[in-house]
Design a protein around this ligand. Structure first.
Ligand code: UDX
Length: 405
């Protein structure tokens, strides 16, 4: 079976790689000529563990193209194009345009929307091109995207016709499949992301409270909460707030979408506002610890989370910019993937970075960082991710940890 994928970002490329590995012929379309050229030459333009190996392994099953003509003969055309936010509202025009184009080229190919879209988008496209559309939202996490696609917690497929047939292409995952309406599928994605984001803002507020209570530690509180199966331990790690290409965008989009239909999602609004203020509030605390603004500060990790090179809405970048704005003029960073970033000086070796520094701020939870920090002596450490478990390492500040502990 031939399957086309339109839009080759994280979701598109990972979907192609995993489906090709399960015996399907894949065609990937993107309007970015340079990206297609690099892919054709065997280069994978994003850092994602396991992705390039899988694409290389299945080269013969995969074709990359700039032209929608290559869609011809595909059983399914899976749309994975971006849905950016414009004035706090989600802009679905790339989805609609690529759906229309795909339909012109091959009206027999079933269109599947994987991009994150607000409820009603599949229906809108379906009315424009006058045929049924499937919704198949993606729940993969960057840094874990290949594994999440091979072994997802659940697969959601929405549509009026063809749902069961399409579900068969995912049978290799052995995951539970929810078959429902387009609207439910679209909403499951938003509700899930908004709920996870809310868990993060919730635990960050609890961390604020722990910091005021001698003897309290958010990690122990989160462990204790997480043992309750109704709550679960996942997404209860306190830190500098959520970033990335999904949570900030999706939470804002669902709030404004709901507003447009007359519903106030006040809980999600609080989640968003708290998260937007998180760095400013952490820097207030850091200012009390690093009183000399010419201190040499190294920030560990630049990406929005570990195991990725993605810097979109990165709290680490926001933190560095806020510290600079407040007058800290000797601040540099180290990141395991990124070695260049406009406006930020980066070290290429973590050892040199640590040697140079007086203060170390852990902003991203790369697993390697805790080992490095165990080895350094006489540094002031500010752990915004609580990666350091070693009781012999004295923290100047740890998120959610009372200073007297
Ligand atoms: C997220 C969703 O998890 C995924 O299902 C969806 O398809 C896309 O958005 P992703 O953005 O890749 O995935 O990253 P995720 O692992 O969810 O982390 C998002 C942000 O929350 C990161 O900044 C991360 O550091 C932060 N986070 C996560 C916390 O601060 N604490 C936690 O306990 C978990």
């Amino acid at each position: 079976m031939k399957i086309s994928v339109v839009g080759l970002g994280y979701v598109g490329l990972v979907t192609m790689a995993v489906l090709s590995d399960n015996g399907y012929n894949l065609v990937g379309i993107d309007t970015d000529r340079e990206k297609i050229q690099r892919l054709q030459e065997g280069e994978v333009p994003i850092y994602e563990p396991g992705l390039s190996v899988l694409i290389e392994k299945n080269r013969k099953m995969i074709e990359f193209s700039n032209s929608y003509d290559s869609i011809k003969g595909s059983e399914y055309t899976i749309i994975c194009v971006p849905t950016p936010t414009v004035n706090d509202r989600i802009d679905v025009h790339y989805v609609i345009e690529s759906g229309k184009k795909a339909n012109e080229i091959d009206p027999n190919s079933m269109i599947v929307i994987k991009s994150t879209v607000t409820p009603g988008t599949a229906k809108m496209l379906s009315e424009i091109i006058n045929k049924d559309i499937l919704s198949n939202p993606e729940f993969l996490r960057e840094g874990n995207a290949v594994k999440d696609t091979i072994n997802p917690d659940r697969i959601v497929i929405g549509g009026r016709a063809g749902v069961e047939n399409f579900s068969r292409i995912w049978s290799f995952t052995n995951s539970k499949i929810i078959m429902t309406t387009n609207e439910n599928a679209e909403l499951i994605k938003y509700a899930s992301n908004a709920f996870l984001a809310t868990k993060i803002s919730f635990i960050n507020q609890m961390a604020d409270l722990c910091e005021k209570i001698p003897g309290a530690d958010i990690k122990v509180v989160a462990d204790g909460m997480g043992m309750d199966k109704r709550i679960g331990r996942a997404f209860l790690n306190a830190g500098p707030g959520y970033g990335g290409s999904c949570f900030p965008k999706d939470t804002r989009a669902i709030v404004s979408f709901a507003e447009d239909v007359g519903v106030e999602l006040s809980i999600i609004k609080c989640t968003v506002n708290y998260n937007e203020d998180r760095i400013r509030s952490l820097v207030n605390r850091i200012e009390k610890i690093i009183t000399d603004k010419s201190s040499r500060i190294i920030v560990l990790g630049l990406s929005f989370k570990e195991n990725t090179g993605d810097l979109r809405e990165s709290k680490s970048v926001e933190l560095i910019m806020e510290l600079k704005r407040r007058g800290y003029d000797s601040i540099k960073a180290f990141d395991p993937v990124t070695s260049q970033f406009n406006g930020i000086d980066l070290f290429t070796e973590v050892e040199t970075a640590l040697e140079w520094s007086e203060f170390v701020i852990v902003a991203t939870e790369w697993p390697s960082f805790s080992d490095f920090l165990k080895r350094v002596k006489d540094k002031h450490i500010i752990d915004l991710r609580r990666i350091i478990d070693d009781k012999t390492v004295k923290l100047d500040y740890g998120v959610g940890l009372n200073a007297t502990n």
